[in-house]
Ligand binder design. Structure first.
Ligand code: GUN
Ligand code: ZN
Length: 642
C-alpha cells in the first residue's frame, strides 16, 4: 500500500496505492474548495497533480453537494480521477471552536462518498495555549483517534497528532496514535506557526512527533503549502502536504517562488518559465481584471509548487536533499534557524541516512559541517584497530591524496589529511564515500578551521608522536613536530593495513581482523586497490571504484560471519530462506532481526535464525525501517549461498 522507493536523510520517496490509484510521494495536494473552484480538479490533473484534498464537512453541510456526493461519489462530483483526500471539519473546529457533526457521522460520510483518504475529527490546538489546555485537547484527540481507528471503512484513514507547542506531549500522542492502525499519519495544529514564520519551532515540534510515528505509514504535514518549506519538511520525514497557499496568495495578488513570496506590484520581471509566466508579460498580468489575474496567479503558484516537489523527489533519489535544504535555508533567516534546530536531531536522521549516494557531498556553508555524514565519519574512524603509532598530518591536496603525495600509511606512520569538511581523513580509507566524493572550498572558512582543530585534537590523543606539516602548524595551531617535506614518511604500501582499515571503517570494529588477517591485494594500473584475495587465492571482496565500498563474495562473507552477532546481519524468517539462497531479494516482511548499525546502502550478511549464511547483499533500508515496514525490498541480494 505504501512502498518506499528512495531514501535520503530522514526523507523518502514512495508510492501510496489506493483503490487502483497511485500517489507518488512526497506529494502536494492542492486544496479544492467544493463551493468555489478557482481552478477545477480536471485542470489540476492536467497540470500533473495526482491527488487533491477537499473538505468533507463543507460538502456534508451543503444539502445540494451532499446529495450529489452521495449519489455519484466524490470523484464524479469533483470530476477528478486521482487520489482524493478529505479533511473532516477539524479546520472549522480550529477556526470556530465547534462543528455541527459527530466524528462518527463525518467518518461514515467520507467513506460513503468514496473518499480515498479520510481524516479523523481531531482537535487542532493552537500554539502557546496553557499546558493544561493542550493536555486536555490532546486527551480528547486520543479518545477520538481510538474511536476512529475502530471504524470499519474502505478508505484509508488518517490519525492526526496535536499537542500545541509542547514537544513532549506531541511525542506521547504520536506514540499512542502510531499503535492504533491508521493507514496514514498526520501532524496538525502547525498552520499558525508557519503563518508566523516560526520555522525553528516547527522543527522542534514536528521532529518528536515524526520520530514516534514510525516508518511504515506516510506522514501528512497539515498546511505546509509554501514550496520554500517542502525540502525541509521532507528531510524531516514528511511525505504529503496540502496547499491552500496557492489560492489564498493568488487572491491577495501574491506570487510564490521556491524561496519566498512577492507581491505582483513589486515585480518588474517574471522570474519563472511556467505556462503563465511565459505566455504573459508582467504588464499584461497587471492589466487583467481581478478574477482572471487571480486564476493565472493561482496557476503559477501551483506550478512552482509542483516543480519544487519534483525537485525534492529528485534530490531524494540522487542524495542531495541536504544541499537543497541548505540552499533554501538561505532564503530567510527564520529558515536558517530551522536548519540549526534540525541539527539537534541528527542522531535520529543519521540512523536513516544512506551510507553511500549517487552524488558527491557538496559543502554549501558552515551548516554542512553539522550534517550526519560528518559525525558518522568521525565516529567510524574510532573503529579502525590497526594503524601506525605516529600520526602524520598533511594539508589537503588533489584527490586521491595517496597519489598526490605518493605516500601510504605504514605500521609506523599513520598518515592523514586534515580535511576542511571531514576533519581527518586517513589515507587508508580515502576512497570511502563521501571522503573522495566531496567538494569543498579552496580556502577554508573560519568555522572550518575550528572544526579541523577540534577533529585533530580529538584524533591525536591516541598516538605516540604527532608530525604536523608546517602549513598546518601555522594555520591550525595544532601541537606536534613540524616538518616541511613529507618524503621521510615514505614506505612500501601495506595491503593488510589498508584492507583492515577499510573493513573496520565500513563494517565495524574487528571486521578487518576477521576478513583480511591474511590477505593479498590487487591494484589497478593507477595504483588503486581493487580486489582482496585470501592467501589461497580465493576472492574475498572487491572495492567498488565509485564509492570505495567493499563488496563481499560468499567467501568473504563467511569470514565476516565470525564477528559476533548481530554485527552486519539481517536475520530472515525461515519462510524466505530458500528464495534468498537462490539469490532473490529479501522483502522487509521477512526480516526478523537486524544489526541496528545497518543503513541504506550497507553491505550486509543475510542469515537465518541459526546464524547460517544465506546470502550477501546491499541494504536498501535502515535497520529500523526493515523491522517496521510490511512491504518492499529490504536487501538486494548479490550472491546467494546454497
Ligand atoms: N488543516 C490544517 N490544520 C489541520 C489540523 O491540525 N487537523 C486537520 N484535520 N486539518 C487541518
Ligand atoms: Zn510562473
Amino acid at each position: 500500500m505504501f512502498e518506499i522507493t528512495g531514501r535520503d536523510a530522514a526523507g523518502r520517496c514512495g508510492v501510496l496505492s489506493i483503490n487502483g490509484r497511485r500517489l507518488e510521494t512526497p506529494a502536494i495536494l492542492p486544496v479544492v474548495n467544493p463551493k468555489k473552484m478557482l481552478i477545477t480538479p480536471r485542470e489540476l490533473a492536467e497540470m500533473g497533480f495526482q491527488g487533491i484534498i477537499t473538505n468533507s464537512y463543507i460538502i456534508y453541510r451543503d444539502e445540494g453537494l451532499r446529495e450529489e456526493a452521495l449519489a455519484k461519489g466524490i470523484h464524479a462530483l469533483l470530476d477528478f480521477d486521482g487520489v482524493i483526500m478529505t479533511d473532516s471539519g477539524s479546520f472549522q473546529l480550529f477556526r470556530y471552536r465547534r462543528v455541527e457533526v459527530s466524528q462518527r457521522e463525518i467518518l461514515e460520510f467520507q467513506d460513503r462518498i468514496g473518499v480515498d483518504i479520510g481524516v479523523m475529527l481531531d482537535i487542532p490546538t493552537p500554539p502557546d495555549v496553557p499546558a493544561s489546555a493542550a493536555e486536555r485537547d490532546a486527551g480528547e484527540t486520543l479518545l477520538r483517534a481510538e474511536e476512529a481507528a475502530e471504524f470499519e471503512r474502505r478508505m484509508l484513514l488518517t490519525g492526526t497528532v496535536q499537542g500545541s507547542t509542547y514537544p513532549e506531549l506531541r511525542r506521547r500522542l504520536a506514540s499512542r496514535i502510531s499503535e492504533l492502525g491508521f493507514e496514514v499519519h498526520a501532524i496538525g495544529g502547525v498552520v499558525p506557526l508557519m503563518e508566523d514564520y516560526r520555522f525553528a519551532e516547527l522543527v522542534r515540534l514536528v521532529m518528536p512527533a515524526r520520530q514516534c510515528l514510525g516508518h511504515a505509514k506516510p506522514v501528512h504535514l497539515f498546511g505546509a503549502g509554501h514550496p520554500m518549506l517542502f525540502s525541509l519538511a521532507v528531510l524531516m520525514g514528511c511525505d504529503m502536504f496540502d496547499s491552500a497557499a496557492y489560492a489564498l496568495y493568488a487572491r491577495d495578488g501574491r506570487y510564490i517562488t521556491p524561496s519566498g513570496t512577492l507581491r505582483l506590484e513589486e515585480l518588474r520581471e517574471l522570474p519563472c518559465s511556467c505556462r503563465v509566466c511565459s505566455e504573459h508579460t508582467i504588464a499584461e498580468l497587471r492589466s487583467l481584471d481581478a478574477e482572471e489575474r487571480e486564476k493565472l496567479l493561482a496557476e503559477h503558484n501551483l506550478l512552482v509548487s509542483l516543480e519544487e516537489v519534483r525537485r525534492v523527489r529528485q534530490a531524494v533519489h540522487e542524495g542531495s536533499l541536504w544541499e537543497l535544504v541548505e540552499r533554501r535555508a538561505r532564503a530567510h533567516p527564520r529558515l536558517l534557524e530551522a536548519l540549526h534546530a534540525l541539527h539537534a536531531h541528527s542522531d535520529y536522521i543519521e540512523a536513516l541516512e544512506p551510507v553511500t549516494k549517487p552524488r558527491a557531498f557538496f559543502y554549501t556553508g558552515a551548516e554542512s559541517l553539522l550534517r550526519p555524514a560528518v559525525r558518522r565519519h568521525l565516529e567510524r574512524l574510532g573503529n579502525i584497530e590497526l594503524r601506525g603509532r605516529e600520526l602524520v598530518l598533511l594539508q589537503e591536496a588533489e584527490k586521491p591524496f595517496s597519489r598526490s603525495y605518493r605516500l601510504s600509511s605504514s605500521r609506523r606512520y599513520h598518515i592523514c589529511v586534515v580535511s576542511q569538511v571531514f576533519g581527518i581523513i586517513p589515507l587508508e580509507v580515502e576512497e570511502s564515500y563521501p571522503l573522495m566524493q566531496h567538494e569543498g572550498l579552496e580556502v577554508p572558512e573560519e568555522a572550518q578551521l575550528r572544526h579541523m582543530r577540534r577533529a585533530v585534537d580529538e584524533y591525536a590523543a591516541g598516538f605516540e608522536r604527532v608530525h604536523v606539516h608546517t602549513s598546518l602548524a601555522e594555520v591550525l595551531n595544532v601541537e606536534g613536530e613540524v616538518f616541511e617535506s613529507h618524503g621521510e614518511f615514505r614506505a612500501d604500501p601495506d595491503p593488510e593495513l589498508k584492507l583492515r582499515a577499510l573493513a573496520d571503517y565500513q563494517f565495524g570494529r574487528g571486521a578487518g581482523r576477521m576478513l583480511f588477517s591474511s590477505a593479498r591485494a590487487e591494484y589497478s594500473r593507477q595504483g588503486m586497490l581493487r580486489r582482496a584475495y585470501s592467501d589461497e587465492g580465493e576472492l574475498l571482496a572487491t572495492l567498488r571504484p565509485e564509492d570505495g565500498v567493499l563488496v563481499l563474495t560468499i567467501a568473504g562473507a563467511r569470514r565476516l560471519l565470525r564477528l559476533p552477532p548481530p554485527m552486519c546481519r539481517v536475520v530472515v524468517d525461515e519462510e524466505a530462506e530458500r528464495f534468498v539462497r537462490e539469490g532473490r531479494s529479501v522483502y522487509a516482511r521477512f526480516v526478523k532481526a537486524c544489526d541496528p548499525a545497518v543503513r541504506p546502502g550497507s553491505e550486509v550478511l543475510v542469515v537465518n535464525g541459526e546464524d547460517e549464511l544465506l546470502a550477501t547483499g546491499r541494504a536498501v533500508l535502515s535497520a529500523q525501517e526493515m523491522l517496521e515496514l510490511g512491504c518492499g525490498v529490504a536487501v538486494k541480494t548479490r550472491h546467494g549461498c546454497r
